[in-house]
Write a protein that binds this ligand. Structure first.
Ligand code: GLU
Length: 514
């Protein structure tokens, strides 16, 4: 019988979730939903040294923002809890004992100084079958001495006993079967008495087993741990229900040379974290996709395609579409270049699909933050203004740059445009334009546009000069949406007011500028 799909995202709360971790979470989620399975969020906090306050909350908030739903977890609960490793000490202790009782692990007392000395004495020293016989552990010391040391509270670790001369086969759904020699593995520490906590390796595989995980989908950086995990499953006798491995390709720097790092983000100006992160110790702030104005849908879509494709050229896919198409058959093994410009493109696309009224609501606080009182403007007005510039934006804040003139008359006029477009004859032309617009039956573009066009053509005026001076007066610079759409939205009073203000305020070119 096919096993039910149960996957887990198992971050360690050691800082903000990196964008690569988000992709891992996303692939787990897509795979779970695709197969009607279960998505588990397990917090792997057994390394008390590296615990960072706020990191767990950050993980929860980031996943919620992106719409990566969790079925079983610390907050959701579930039949295999607790889902936080620091609350599972009894379980790990019991499993460490199982391995000790079966002779698959042993207790070691070597102090850091002793280990250091061994490393100094033997080049490439590794704690393994060749060296364990000369170290201070339960294999070399009399049982009574071991017992006495434990009772005296001497710190110890439990090490896994790796059998030499074995071929260890890691079967990965993306990479196929990879065989390695057990001799290259060391006797990894599974448990430390000092903090009564297991290490990542033990906790990770015990939990995957107890939580009935069917697929371990994680970043390629964990591939080197996989052979040990295979041996651990075997030592526990769980090999028949061991999960399938999927090690996802690394995220690479935008130029493809090397692994993506936080520094690349700083250097090239893009976030490598989903949400802004305030480091509790250093106070350092790292930028996040959310705060930079990315829509969660855009981030999800962008990340989904870093290492996977739907088998054709389709790029725009919402979460439901991704779920319907996702599978490991189109995942690549090669590292995925972090082409962050593409994230902007996705954001642009999703903004185009966002309702004008939603964008209008999002624009209000941005304008307020720029010191513009938005209360006089109706939702309808803001929405109409947004509609005229929407196609030019990649971010909501771009709306403020592009549509700001709808809410604030020009305070100054772009110098370069004035020099080019405000010629000695311009004030008189603009006066005339006022008279024409004054007489328009309505301010609908359908009424104003033909009137102005007829005047320009009938008098052999230079279209570019007239329209650009007009634009300069209304917008403050020679760019923006279709002029008559703009004046329709601004209305008669505002349009004429701005034209007159420009005539008054822009110095005629023959006068010296003040
Ligand atoms: N706690 C590990 C991490 O931080 C989990 C790795 C795994 O998925 O096995 O990514």
């Amino acid at each position: 019988m096919e096993r039910p799909v149960r996957v887990r995202f198992a971050p360690s709360p050691t800082g903000p979730l990196h964008i690569g971790g988000v992709r891992t979470a996303l692939y787990n989620y897509l795979f779970a939903r695709r197969h009607g399975g279960t998505m588990i969020l397990r917090i792997e906090d057994t390394d008390s040294q590296r615990f960072v306050p706020g990191a767990e909350e950050y993980i929860n908030e980031a996943l919620a923002w992106l719409g990566i739903g969790i079925d079983e977890g610390v907050r959701e609960g579930g039949p295999h809890g607790p889902y936080k490793q620091s609350e599972r000490r009894d379980i790990y202790r019991e499993h460490v004992k199982m391995l000790l009782d079966r002779g698959r692990a042993y207790i070691a007392f070597d102090t850091p100084a002793e280990l250091e000395a061994a490393r100094a004495a033997t080049p490439n020293f590794q704690y393994d079958a060749r060296t364990r016989g000369s170290m201070r552990n339960s294999l070399t010391m009399p049982a009574a001495e071991v017992q006495a040391l434990i009772e005296a509270g001497t710190p110890y670790v439990v090490r896994f006993m790796v059998e030499p001369g074995r071929d260890v086969v890691v079967d990965d759904l993306l990479r196929g079967k990879v065989t390695i020699k057990s001799d290259i593995l060391d006797d990894k520490v599974l448990y430390k008495s000092a903090d009564d906590l297991p290490t990542y390796h033990l906790a990770n595989i015990v939990d995957d087993h107890l939580m009935e995980v069917s697929h371990v989908i994680r970043g390629e950086e964990w591939l080197p741990s996989a052979p040990l995990h295979v041996l651990l499953y075997e030592a526990f006798g769980w090999q028949d229900t061991a999960p399938a491995f999927v090690h996802l390709p690394l995220l690479l720097k935008p130029d493809g040379k090397g692994k993506l790092s936080k520094r690349d983000g700083d250097r090239l100006g893009f976030p490598v974290f989903p949400l802004e992160w305030h480091d509790p110790k250093s106070g350092e702030v790292s930028s996040g996709y959310r705060e930079k104005g990315y829509l969660p849908e855009a981030v999800v879509n962008f990340l989904a395609l870093l290492g996977w494709n739907p088998g054709d050229d389709t790029e725009l896919m919402d979460m439901d579409t991704l779920i319907a198409k996702f599978g490991f058959d189109h995942c690549s093994r090669a590292g995925a270049r972090f082409a962050f410009d593409k994230a902007k493109w996705f954001n642009h696309q999703y903004l185009q699909q966002t309702a004008d009224s939603t964008l209008a609501a999002a624009l209000r606080p941005v304008m307020e933050a720029r010191g513009v009182d938005m209360s006089p403007f109706s939702d309808e007005y803001v929405t109409r203004a947004v509609a005229t510039v929407k196609s030019r934006i990649n971010f909501v804040v771009d709306l403020a740059d592009q549509a700001g003139f709808y809410f604030r008359a020009p305070g100054s006029y772009a110098e370069k445009d004035v020099r080019k477009r405000w010629t000695p004859g311009t004030p008189a032309l603009m006066e005339h334009l006022c008279t024409i617009l004054e007489a328009a039956p309505s301010f609908a573009a359908a009424d104003t546009e033909p009137l102005v066009m007829d005047w320009i053509k009938g008098n052999d005026l230079h279209m570019g000069n007239v329209m650009n001076a007009f634009r300069l007066a209304i917008v403050g610079e020679c760019k923006g949406p279709h002029m008559f759409e703009v004046t329709e939205i601004l209305g008669k009073e505002e349009t004429l007011g701005r034209l007159r203000a420009a005539i008054d305020r822009i110095p005629a070119p023959d006068e010296p500028a003040v």
